[in-house]
Design a protein around this ligand. Structure first.
Ligand SMILES: Cc1cc2nc3c(=O)[nH]c(=O)nc-3n(C[C@H](O)[C@H](O)[C@H](O)COP(=O)(O)O)c2cc1C
Length: 242
């Protein structure tokens, strides 16, 4: 590394803050506005500057566009519909790792409920409207109409610490996207469909699906994109030990 890199001054700190503050989980994209391959390459190259324990760089990324994207969408939506018709099929589509807790407790369950019902409420979907909830959930498997779908895997042999590294990489992807006028939605919804996705993208059996992500230009007219998520004040999760 050159010392000039050490001396780099972030000339416009406000734009870093703006990238962080303006990132949100976008759930409606412009289907017909493509993302140039060079832009995706730039995003991934920059994201790979993320730190990782002993520089292990655990990330593996599959970029789906065009026919490959569309074919995966059709397979996943068919599986999702089949599971809706026959809930017993859920046994076949197990997540490879517990992204969510197996036992929900407060305050996390409260935040989860607030998030879920907040989104459905915004869309006018009432409790009990199962078909509409299913349809909205299925938007995940259409990448919310984003032209680019990303799938992230990690070698199974790696440890839990690599998940921390991976999270930093994912945030970098989302922030680098923001810097280029793009939006994203990270998606654990895909995780249950690993056995469809991994062969589809040509991933090896030694790889574990961590999540998917939609990438594209936001639909600025979509009501769903007005969904606002609160945060606890920093003072509530910070203890000053002096
Ligand atoms: C790893 C990860 C997986 C997620 N999976 C989904 C998903 O499958 N579908 C979805 O609509 N949102 C998903 N989200 C988005 C969260 O609901 C969202 O980050 C949270 O509610 C905060 O909102 P914000 O991202 O708009 O700030 C996921 C977020 C993360 C970090």
């Amino acid at each position: 590394m050159t010392l000039s890199r050490v001396a780099t001054v972030v000339a416009d700190p406000g734009s870093v803050d703006a990238a962080i503050a303006s990132r949100f989980s976008c759930r409606a994209f412009l289907r017909d506005r493509p993302v140039p391959r060079a832009t995706i390459e730039d995003i991934l190259a920059l994201a790979s500057r993320a730190p990782s324990g002993t520089n292990t760089q655990p990330w593996k990324v599959y970029v789906l566009q065009g026919a490959a994207r569309d074919a995966l969408v059709e397979k996943a939506c068919a599986a999702h519909d089949a599971m809706y018709a026959d809930p017993a099929l859920a046994q076949e589509y197990r997540e490879e790792y517990d992204y969510y807790p197996t036992r929900w407790v407060s305050p996390y369950i409260d935040r989860r409920r607030e998030n879920g019902w907040g989104l459905y409420g915004l869309l006018g979907i009432a409790k009990g409207e199962k078909d509409r909830m299913h349809a909205q959930h299925q938007r995940n498997f259409r990448f919310f109409d984003a032209p680019v779908g990303l799938m992230f895997t990690m070698d199974r042999v790696l440890g839990r610490g690599s998940l921390m590294d991976y999270g930093m990489f994912l945030e970098n992807v989302m922030l680098a996207a923001r810097a280029r006028g793009l939006h994203t939605c990270p998606q654990a919804a895909w995780n249950g469909f690993a056995k469809i996705i991994l062969p589809h993208v040509g991933a090896g059996e030694d790889e574990m699906l961590l999540c998917g992500m939609s990438l594209g230009y936001a639909d600025l007219d979509a009501h769903v994109n007005t969904f606002d998520t609160p945060r606890e004040p920093a003072a509530s999760f910070t203890r000053w030990v002096e």
